[in-house]
Design a protein around this ligand. Structure first.
Ligand SMILES: NC(=O)c1ccc[n+]([C@@H]2O[C@H](COP(=O)([O-])OP(=O)(O)OC[C@H]3O[C@@H](n4cnc5c(N)ncnc54)[C@H](OP(=O)(O)O)[C@@H]3O)[C@@H](O)[C@H]2O)c1
Length: 246
């Protein structure tokens, strides 16, 4: 499918996978609404996109605020005329052992990784139903398929994203022509581990990540692949792992 002139909203676009995806979609001719909390990072990204002839709209958004997410989706539609692709990418991963009771971090993960995703889905459904088209791409994880010691809550959020994606797809694809995809990356070199505060899991994590990890662009390529498919094709799930990850 030709993506020229399509409109995408990408949450968590200020770094890592979201940033790479925004760049790649913009290069394919997609008008991108780039959302996150760090304004200066989004300004840099907008400049990069425009330098390559693309179009970007910055919407500073904390996805834990429902009204902010609703504004993001509606402002994008008002500015660009439609919302064809939603990449629900914003996420945090403060891994920890349950016994260390980092309950604030558990709640934050639920707020960003599940509630943030739901807010965007809720805001975009009416628009995509009216269009009778659209594609919701949710970033889950390999941790949404298997649980490791230290990933209990993070995995719970990413299992939830995968379950949501499948439920949404079953309901919205046949009836409204809306596609839904769950992307499940393995280890990607990004800022994601910077939110980890539990010293007890650091050693194990370092060992696990002592491999050639994926680059954000590898996941952006997978996202580009799924959104480029013909109308009749829904790619339900894509799991992408580093070759060296067991
Ligand atoms: N890296 C991996 O190995 C890996 C593997 C599987 C899945 N994933 C998933 O991929 C997604 C992207 O992560 P990444 O690896 O690219 O990490 P990253 O570089 O840390 O990016 C996370 C993004 O989420 C945004 N974000 C965090 N909290 C937010 C909030 N409250 N409101 C709005 N935006 C918020 C951050 O922007 P601001 O701080 O500017 O708000 C940032 O742009 C996440 O959902 C993650 O769980 C990553």
């Amino acid at each position: 499918m030709d993506l020229q002139g399509k409109v995408a909203v990408i949450t968590g676009a200020s770094s890592g996978i979201g940033e790479a995806t925004a760049l790649m979609l913009a290069e394919a001719g997609v008008k991108v609404a780039i959302a996150a909390r760090r304004a200066e990072k989004l300004e840099e990204l907008k400049k990069k996109i425009e330098a390559k002839g693309g179009e970007a709209l910055i919407v500073i958004t904390d996805v834990t605020h429902k009204t902010a997410v609703e504004y993001l989706i509606n402002h994008t539609k008002d500015t660009f005329g439609s919302v064809d692709i939603l990449v629900n990418n914003a996420g945090i991963m403060p891994l920890s052992l349950m016994k260390n009771l980092k309950t604030d971090e558990w709640e934050k993960m639920v707020d960003v990784n599940i509630k943030g995703v739901l807010y965007a889905i809720g805001a975009v459904i009416p628009i995509m139903r009216e269009q009778k088209s659209g594609h919701i791409v949710n970033i889950s994880s390999v941790a949404g398929r298997k649980v490791l010691v230290g990933s209990a809550v993070y995995s719970a959020t990413k299992f939830a994203v995968r379950a949501l994606s499948e439920g949404l797809r079953m309901e919205l694809s046949p009836n409204d022509g809306i596609k839904v995809t769950s992307i499940e990356p393995g280890a990607v070199e990004t800022e994601l581990t910077s939110t980890i505060t539990d010293e007890e899991i650091m050693e194990g994590l370092k060992k696990m990540l002592d491999i050639e990890t994926l680059k954000s662009e590898d996941i952006a390529e997978a996202i580009l692949y799924v959104v480029k498919q013909a109308d009749r094709v829904n790619v339900n799930e894509v799991m992408v792992m580093p070759t060296q990850q067991g």
